[in-house]
Design a protein around this ligand. Structure first.
Ligand code: ATP
Ligand code: MG
Length: 174
């Protein structure tokens, strides 16, 4: 899985449509405190289907939508587009959009899909919102302190078998 481009609009502090190209090799994001570096990583997690308030540093789902400042009104939607290549090299475009009070909608390669399909897409590419490839602030300490079950989950994501759990729950009708 390779992410080539990220487009954000109304997501957290990225109020104006913003585009980020990620070149091969190591990418560094630098800037002063509070400029939005962590928000970028959260955008990647969010488009992959993350909903946990803790990893999104939010209270409710709508908190990812630009909340407004003294000089700018709040937005009523947030959208993140992730473009890249899936595990087998196929072109992949995933879009997640949230409207205030109306929840999220997802598209994969132009088709409307369920959140579950997005989770499977990334799990099959051995990545996902909980992938150890996404290392956020404070995460190293968290891995060290993780309970065995949590650590197993991280390993399963990395090994690309997390998708099997989703399919099993599906098959069991849960
Ligand atoms: P540090 O170097 O301190 O880790 P950072 O570059 O990682 O900083 P972020 O945490 O990504 O910064 O960005 C924080 C900024 O994003 C804050 O100014 C906060 O007000 C803003 N922000 C977060 N959510 C929203 C939102 N929903 N609407 C508007 N601004 C938001
Ligand atoms: Mg930060």
């Amino acid at each position: 899985m390779r992410i080539r481009r990220l487009k954000l609009s109304g997501f957290k502090s990225f109020v104006e449509p913003s585009e980020l190209r990620i070149e091969p090799g190591l990418t560094g994001v630098v800037g002063p405190n509070g400029c939005g570096k962590s928000n970028l990583l959260e955008a990647i997690r969010w488009v992959m289907g993350e909903n946990s308030p803790k990893s999104m540093r939010s209270g409710g789902m709508d908190d990812v939508i630009f909340a407004g400042t003294a000089s700018r009104p709040p937005r009523d939607f947030a959208e993140v587009v992730l473009q890249g290549n899936s595990g087998d090299g196929e072109e992949l475009e995933v879009v997640r959009r949230i409207e205030r009070g109306a929840g999220s909608a997802y598209r994969v390669n132009g088709r409307d899909v369920r959140a579950k399909d997005v989770a499977l897409t990334f799990a099959d590419a051995a990545t996902g919102a909980h992938s150890p490839a996404l290392v956020s602030q404070g995460k190293i300490a968290q891995v060290i302190a993780a309970k065995p079950a949590e650590r197993r989950m991280m390993l399963e994501e990395a090994a690309g078998i997390a998708g099997l759990h989703v399919r099993r729950r599906d098959a069991e009708g849960k």
